[in-house]
Design a protein around this ligand. Structure first.
Ligand SMILES: Nc1ncnc2c1ncn2[C@@H]1O[C@H](COP(=O)(O)OP(=O)(O)OP(=O)(O)O)[C@@H](O)[C@H]1O
Length: 758
């Protein structure tokens, strides 16, 4: 099926045409000399590229062969500019990767990584639009090219989601992405792995076809050695070096083998066996170095001797010459572009202009932002999480935190009552049954359970059946009346009998303190009303302290009002962390990051696009949080709403940047989640959200001031409860600290993202 849709390309080797093309095109597409690359540091370093030399002639297919783990992917990632060499030189399309002359990473290169590296929730068309826009193609151009690629690669409807395609179809879409913009240099990392033979052949056919013109170059890695016979050049790689680099026919005849696999085995054995030294004439520099003799970073010794070359390579094509400049394969020695002779100032201005114009392009930003929004939109769960979660959090906070506990059991023993069922008393200036009269004021929060005996009541508290026991003495009314009448002449027994005895369960501080308050308030109300009804000034029954109308807040402050500012900020901050802390990791682990990077997208652009999309989402979240807090649950705002909104948004932005930072330093999503969750409680506890920081030890208090939420919480609290403006120190410090943290997180994220490039 597949083959019938393909052009009828030759399926045999192209050695002859390859030779002609080498002669036609003098500049190599890729040239690498004395390349060294390792992973890890010092003693633990794994040396992946060891003094590797490589030349890929323009207009040819270069098959890079080697066992798993020999360094092929690393080599390709250095070519596309994804990783940097530690030593050695590399020139791609006329310049070093990353330089203006090279244009790589960028649209001159098409890269198909080993992983599928596609956005699963996109359709084929959306995938093409995303990469096409990055490559500055117009939508019409992309559509046209898409039609061609759909037919050519026998792909299903462009409306199909990538995740619903078969493995082979996904691989073809990935291949189509690399071909989309018709790049000069096509780099394919194992495009045929796990692919059926028909598709494998069609891929090779296409590669042969596109290199025919001599303008396109292909570097392809594969484990299937024999399929690489169709390449013009083969590089046999082992242990970070090229054992040989030649056309398939030359390799077969030079080693007198029937298959490339045999050639590879023979060369591998030779490399492992140094006795070969005696049998080989070392004229070929690749062979010499690949065999591991001499210093690693020595310049390969120049040899212009005639005769048999290297490991019996007899073709002249593989004679690698050294002229003091970069080595080439059967070509004019390739010299890197000469340094510009123009005045330094002129160069500086131009470089500055290039840098500014290279900062970004509208196509890239459009592609990245559309991609982020589309990914979010396609994940219904995420959308729900984004908008429902903050609302649920606010509702739960307002309903569960800060309200006075009610229906608290109190065990009451009233010695003045005849039975435990009724507690009668008369209103007005009567001095009868004062115990019952007092108890009538105690009804706000408690359930009164009457007991006959004090020990029984205390037992109820001990067993957890009541929060406290209250005992009113047998002659409370008389003793209380005598105490009031006698004043300072009242004796000890009268005073003792006139007192209400209370035993509280103080194991729960909030309940204990509140009962204490209510029991005292009940007495104050009882005394003031009685005095008033007896024609006295009710104030005589109160403490001689006058609490005037508070300057800020109310006479009965709510705990909710104290916690609400911190809760608003915590919700917005940590929701943003949750949204972003794995954003970059997911792209990185799926290979999407690398692919976009090679297409020319910079870390700054990726970060910017995420900030824009997440910011849009965050505006919605902030609006919901504030509407529910202020309008639905009536949290008081005495200040300017604009400052409240601005500070909340800035805190969301700050959380987002913290999330990006986590995302940039963690390799695994699991680690990122642990870090984000792990930071939640310490931040919450230390930021003065649930308890005033004035209660902390001094050192902790200073640490607390340095956290991103502390000053912002205090600032928002001042705006909401005191109505302060932004000119107040406590308010603007919240804004300044938030801005400083945003900047700090952004810088750290960019540094971490860039350091990963090495
Ligand atoms: N990021 C990394 N950190 C540490 N080691 C790495 C990293 N990437 C690759 N390696 C190691 O470098 C070596 C070469 O890996 P590379 O992926 O380049 O090999 P390869 O030839 O492409 O293998 P395969 O054919 O299986 O894809 C391997 O030993 C690998 O474990």
């Amino acid at each position: 099926m597949l083959l019938t849709t393909l052009p009828d390309f030759p399926m045999t080797t192209n050695n002859d045409s390859g030779t002609q093309q080498w002669e036609r095109h003098s500049q190599p597409a890729v040239s690498m000399r004395h390349a060294h690359k390792s992973y890890g540091k010092k003693k633990k370093a794994i040396h992946v590229l060891n003094n590797l030399d490589m030349t890929v002639a323009k207009g040819t297919i270069y098959g890079l062969l080697g066992a798993s783990g020999c360094g092929k992917t690393t080599l390709l990632s250095c070519i596309v500019g994804r990783r940097r060499l530690e030593a050695g030189e590399i020139f791609v399309l006329g310049g070093k990767p990353g330089s203006r002359q090279s244009g790589v990473p960028g649209k001159r290169v098409g890269y198909m990584p080993q992983e599928i590296a596609l956005y699963e929730e996109f359709t084929i068309r959306e995938t093409m639009l995303y990469f096409g826009w990055i490559f500055a193609m117009s939508t019409r151009e992309i559509e046209e090219r898409l039609q061609f690629l759909l037919n050519f690669l026998d792909l299903p409807s462009s409306k199909r989601l990538v995740k619903n395609l078969s493995g082979g179809q996904q691989r073809r879409v990935s291949f189509a992405v690399a071909l989309l913009h018709d790049p000069e240099l096509l780099i394919l990392d194992e495009p045929t792995v796990g692919v059926d033979p028909l598709l494998r052949q069609s891929i090779w056919n296409h590669l042969v076809h596109i290199t025919k013109s001599g303008q396109k170059t292909v570097i392809i890695t594969t484990h299937y050695i024999e399929e690489a016979r169709q390449a013009h050049t083969i590089g046999l790689m082992r242990s970070g070096r090229l054992l040989a680099e030649d056309s398939p026919s030359a390799l077969l005849s030079a080693y007198k083998c029937n298959s490339l696999e045999e050639v590879f085995l023979k060369l591998s054995r030779l490399q492992s066996n140094k006795i070969i030294m005696a049998q080989v004439q070392f004229n070929n520099n690749i062979s010499f170095h690949a065999l591991g003799f001499g210093s690693k970073i020595d310049t390969p010794s120049s040899s212009r001797e005639e005769g048999v070359v290297g490991l019996n390579f007899q073709s002249k094509e593989n004679l690698i010459e050294s002229t003091g400049s970069v080595f080439t394969l059967m070509q004019e020695p390739y010299d890197p572009p000469p340094p510009s002779k123009r005045p330094k100032e002129e160069r500086n201005v131009e470089e500055w202009y290039q840098r500014v114009s290279k900062l970004t392009s509208s196509g890239k930003i459009r592609a990245l932002i559309t991609k982020n929004l589309l990914r979010m939109w396609r994940n219904v769960g995420v959308i729900l999480f984004i908008f429902v979660l903050p609302v649920i959090q606010v509702i739960l906070f307002c309903l569960a935190i800060g309200r006075d506990p009610t229906n608290l059991n109190l065990a009451i023993v009233n010695g003045e009552m005849n039975d435990t069922e009724t507690c009668q008393w008369n209103d007005g200036c009567h001095f009868t049954n004062l115990g019952c009269r007092y108890l009538s004021h105690l009804n706000k929060t408690v359930i009164k359970n009457f007991y006959a005996d004090v020990e029984e009541a205390k037992d109820a508290v001990r067993k957890g059946n009541a929060w406290g026991a209250i005992y009113i003495t047998d002659n409370f009314t008389d003793a209380f009346t005598a105490r009031a009448a006698l004043g300072r002449d009242a004796d000890e027994e009268t005073i003792d009998q006139s007192e209400i005895k209370v035993w509280l369960d103080m194991s729960n501080q909030q309940v204990g303190v509140m009962l204490n308050r209510d029991i005292q308030f009940a007495f104050r109300d009882f005394a003031m009303i009685l005095l008033e009804q007896c024609g006295n000034n009710p104030k005589l029954g109160d403490l001689p302290i006058q609490f005037k109308e508070p300057i800020y807040g109310t006479m009965e402050p709510r705990f909710t009002d104290f916690v609400a500012p911190g809760v608003i900020i915590t919700i917005v901050f940590f929701l943003a962390v949750a949204l972003t802390s794995s954003a970059l990791i997911i792209e990185r682990t799926e290979g999407l990051f690398d692919r976009s990077w090679v297409a020319g997208v910079t870390p700054g652009e990726i970060l910017f696009s995420h900030i824009v999309t997440q910011f849009i989402v965050m505006c919605g979240q902030t609006a919901l949080v504030l509407i529910f807090m202020l309008c639905v649950f009536g949290v008081e705002n005495k200040g300017n709403l604009a400052w409240v909104i601005l500070l909340t948004l800035l805190q969301g932005l700050c959380g987002m940047c913290f999330g990006f930072f986590i995302s940039s330093v963690c390799d695994l999503e699991r680690t990122a989640i642990q870090l984000a969750l792990g930071s939640f409680y310490p931040t919450l506890l230390l930021s003065g959200v649930i308890w005033p920081i004035e209660g902390m030890p001094l050192v902790l208090r200073y640490i607390s001031y340095c956290l991103p939420l502390t000053l912002a919480t205090s600032s928002l609290r001042s705006i909401l409860t005191r109505g302060w403006g932004v000119m107040a120190t406590q308010v603007y410090m919240g804004f300044l600290s938030t801005l400083a943290w945003i900047l700090g997180f952004l810088i750290m994220t960019l540094v971490a993202m860039r350091s990963r490039q090495g």
